[in-house]
Design a protein around this ligand. Structure first.
Ligand code: G4P
Length: 293
C-alpha cells in the first residue's frame, strides 16, 4: 500500500536531531504500545548515534497486556536500552521516566551535570499529551533563550533534569508493508494517505485470527464462533459488520466505506478490547521479508 511520505519535513527534523543529540544523555522514544515495531522510526537509532534509549510504550491502556510484556522484554534485552509502559493521559509518569533515565545514564544528575533528555515520537503517538502531563500544562521554554532554537522546546522537570522536545515532525518511515497498514489503522497517518477499505480489511484479517472474541462481542456476531470467523473471507466479515451496523446503500447493498470507518473507529477507541497488532516475532519476520523483497 502506498502511504504518503514527507521528506521535506523530515529533512529539517533529521538535521535538528543530529545537532541537539550532541548534548543529550538519554533519548526517549515514544512508541504506540499497539504497534511498537511499526511506530518506531528506523532512522532514529542512526540519528541519535547510539545514545542510551528509553522506549516508552504509550497508550498501554489500549494494548494487549500480555503482548506489552513481550515487547518490554524484547527491548529490555537490548544494550543501553530500557522500556516502560505508559498511559500518557491518565498517570503521572514523571517519576518513572526520571528513574529510568538515571538508570540509563547514572553519571548525570546534580546542578553541575544536569540530565539532558531528548524526546522523540511519530505524530499521534501521544507526545503532546505526555509533555502536557509532565509540565502540568505550563508553557515550556522555546526559542527565546540562548542555545534553544526557534523550533525546540525545553521542559524543566527538575532543577537538574531537562527534557528537549524534538522540533518538527518525525514521520514514520514505512519500510514494511504491514507497518503501513498498522500505522493507518492506529490513526498515525492522515486519512488522505490510504484507502480505508483496504486498511479495514487487513485489520479484520488480523483481528479475526487473534482477537475474534472482542470482534464478535462488539459487533454482536453471535452466529459466528471463532472457527467460522477464522474461515471467513475478510470481505464477507466487513460486509456482515456493515449490515449489523446498518451501513447500507440502496437495494440491500452494504456501504463498505462506511463499514470500514466503523471498524477503524471501534479499534482506535479500544471498543474491541485491548489489542496489539504485532508481536516482536511477527515484526521481525515482516522486516526480514521486507528486506528480501
Ligand atoms: P502527538 O502529540 O504525539 O501527535 O499526540 P497527542 O498527544 O496529540 O495524542 C494523540 C491522541 O492520542 C489524543 O487523542 C490523545 O488524547 C491520545 N492519547 C495520548 N496518549 C494516550 C494514552 O496513553 N492512552 C490513550 N488511550 N490515549 C492517548 P485525541 O485528542 O482524541 O485525538 P485523536 O483521537 O483525534 O487523534
Amino acid at each position: 500500500m502506498a502511504i504518503q511520505w514527507f521528506p521535506g519535513h523530515m529533512y529539517s527534523t533529521q538535521k535538528a536531531i543530529t545537532e541537539r543529540v550532541k548534548d543529550i544523555d538519554v533519548v526517549i522514544e515514544l512508541l504506540d504500545a499497539r504497534l511498537p515495531g511499526s511506530s518506531a522510526n528506523p532512522m532514529l537509532a542512526e540519528l541519535t548515534a547510539g545514545r542510551p534509549t528509553l522506549k516508552v510504550l504509550n497508550k498501554q491502556d489500549l494494548a494487549d497486556p500480555a503482548r506489552t510484556a513481550l515487547w518490554l522484554a524484547h527491548y529490555n534485552a537490548l544494550p543501553a536500552t530500557r522500556a516502560i509502559p505508559l498511559d500518557a493521559s491518565q498517570t503521572t509518569p514523571a517519576q518513572q521516566i526520571v528513574k529510568a533515565c538515571h538508570e540509563l545514564s547514572p553519571n548525570r544528575g546534580g546542578l553541575a551535570k544536569p540530565m539532558r533528555v531528548l524526546i522523540c515520537g511519530i505524530p499521534n503517538v501521544g507526545k503532546s499529551t505526555l509533555i502536557n502531563t509532565l509540565t502540568g500544562g505550563r508553557k515550556a521554554k522555546t526559542g527565546d533563550e540562548a542555545g534553544i532554537t526557534k523550533l525546540e522546546q525545553r521542559i524543566t522537570l527538575a532543577d537538574d533534569f531537562y527534557l528537549w522536545d524534538t522540533p518538527g515532525m518525525l514521520w514514520p518511515r514505512i519500510i514494511v508493508p504491514k507497518s503501513g497498514y498498522n500505522l493507518a489503522a492506529s490513526g498515525a497517518v492522515g486519512r488522505n494517505a490510504f484507502d480505508e477499505e483496504e486498511v479495514a480489511l487487513e485489520l479484520l484479517g488480523y483481528l479475526k485470527a487473534n482477537y475474534a472474541a472482542g470482534l464478535a462481542a462488539r459487533f454482536k456476531l453471535v452466529e459466528l464462533d471463532a472457527e467460522t470467523m477464522a474461515g471467513m473471507k475478510d470481505e464477507a466479515l466487513l460486509d456482515t459488520i456493515g449490515r449489523k451496523r446498518g451501513a447500507l446503500l440502496g437495494k440491500g447493498r452494504v456501504n463498505l466505506q462506511k463499514a470500514a470507518e466503523i471498524v477503524m473507529h471501534e479499534f482506535r477507541a479500544g471498543n474491541l478490547g485491548r489489542i496489539t497488532l504485532e508481536t516482536p516475532e511477527e515484526f521481525a519476520v515482516w522486516l526480514a521479508d521486507g528486506q528480501r523483497a
